[in-house]
Design a protein around this ligand. Structure first.
Ligand SMILES: *Cc1c(COP(=O)(O)O)cnc(C)c1O
Length: 361
């Protein structure tokens, strides 16, 4: 492969080329230290400054208020499915979950192992084709938090408007992390795996209200305690040094392209172009998601037959457009267009879609 492809993978996924090249240039001999970054102590001055700078960038780019701690933990988003209820549930404290699809269901399942967790809205009746409005979410008495999945990566469904409920929210933001501003005052904790919008796989970024971290359950393994992780600044044990380093570079890239508002505008424009290509195809392409809930990061659509979908995927990859196959659980086509997907990539896809339609309809 002599040049880079248009990579529509859902995760791990495309990252800014400048970030990859910078990492490559520094990899063997980091800043004239005579060592690679991955050969150094995580308590040495080089790594400590990489870590602190990454935290500062998260705060400044994402507008994180001072009342929150930023943690870089191992175990991906999936470990947070368990850590959240381990730390926060208990006698008289229930977890409400918006069941919006595959990932939400995973979070709800894990919460059931540690406390009383219930579905506060169930999208299965509508085939997970939309998110609920606030007044459809049913909060039971003694609910400690409402867990939402801001963007369902597989179903291509997202909360366009953040729910307004009477309890603090916890958000799995894995697949639209740092792609738009969020109302911090409604959240106690947000988390996400790094490998969609932030960098390489191997860590989760957890942003937790300080008072919540300090009030968590203490009868669990020490790595799993938010208070210990917060007090130690993610250095209770060896942190995921390489992901933190790369995420720092992605954050600088985000800052340099203009920050979160520019990122959000570009995301909306890319998604609008792609949905326009679907909606203007006279039914050849069809998005199963209700318009108000359509994801800006994972655009899912169907063709008139599964055979045509197979042909579409084959011909697209021959044209340098890769990883467009929908998740195996739902089929169809999925184009993931995260922050680092350039507008050119989306244009190449919409051009291909137009050409494919005229030669196959
Ligand atoms: C990818 C994803 C996960 C799982 O992330 P891991 O880091 O692999 O554990 C969880 N939730 C959502 C919404 C995702 O997109």
């Amino acid at each position: 492969m002599s040049q880079r492809v248009h990579n529509f993978s859902a995760g791990p996924c495309t990252l800014p080329l400048s970030v990859l090249e910078e990492g490559q240039a520094e990899f063997v001999n980091y800043h004239d230290s005579g060592m690679s970054l991955i050969e150094m102590s995580h308590r040495g001055k080089h790594f400590v400054s990489i870590h602190d700078e990454a935290v500062d960038l998260v705060r400044s780019v994402y507008g994180v208020p001072d009342e929150f701690d930023v943690l870089f933990l191992q175990g991906g988003a999936t470990l947070q499915f368990a850590m959240v209820p381990m730390n926060l549930l208990g006698a008289g404290r229930k977890g409400g979950y918006v069941n919006s699809g595959t990932w939400a269901k995973g979070a709800l399942t894990d919460a059931g192992f540690y406390g009383e967790a219930y579905s506060a809205w169930d999208g299965s009746a509508c085939g997970f084709s939309r998110m609920p409005s606030s007044n459809e979410i049913e909060i039971k008495p003694d609910t400690r938090y409402l867990h939402i999945t801001s963007n369902e990566t597989i179903g291509g469904v997202r909360f366009a408007d953040w729910p307004e409920v009477d309890v603090p929210m916890i958000g799995d933001m894995s697949s639209d992390y740092m792609s738009r501003r969020i109302p911090w005052e409604r959240f106690d904790l947000v988390y996400g795996g790094a490998q969609k919008n932030l960098g390489p796989a191997g860590m989760a970024m957890v942003i937790i209200r300080k008072s919540v971290a300090q009030d968590c359950n203490q009868d669990i393994g020490r790595y799993l305690r938010y208070d210990i992780q917060a007090d130690k600044g993610s250095m209770f044990n060896t942190p995921p040094v390489f992901p933190i380093y790369m995420v720092g570079k992605v954050l600088k890239w985000m800052r340099d392209v203009g920050g979160i508002d520019v990122i959000e505008r570009m995301a909306n424009e890319k998604a609008a172009d792609l949905y326009q290509a679907i909606d203007s195809s006279e039914g050849f392409y069809r998005c199963p998601v209700e318009e108000a809930s359509r994801s800006v990061m994972n655009v899912v659509f169907r063709l008139p037959s599964e055979d045509l979908e197979k042909t579409f995927i084959t011909e697209a990859s021959e044209a340098g457009l890769l990883n467009l196959k929908g998740h195996r659980s739902v089929g169809g086509i999925r184009a993931s267009i995260y922050n680092a997907m350039p507008a050119d990539g989306v244009r190449a896809l919409t051009d291909f879609m137009a050409a494919f339609r005229s030669s196959h309809s």
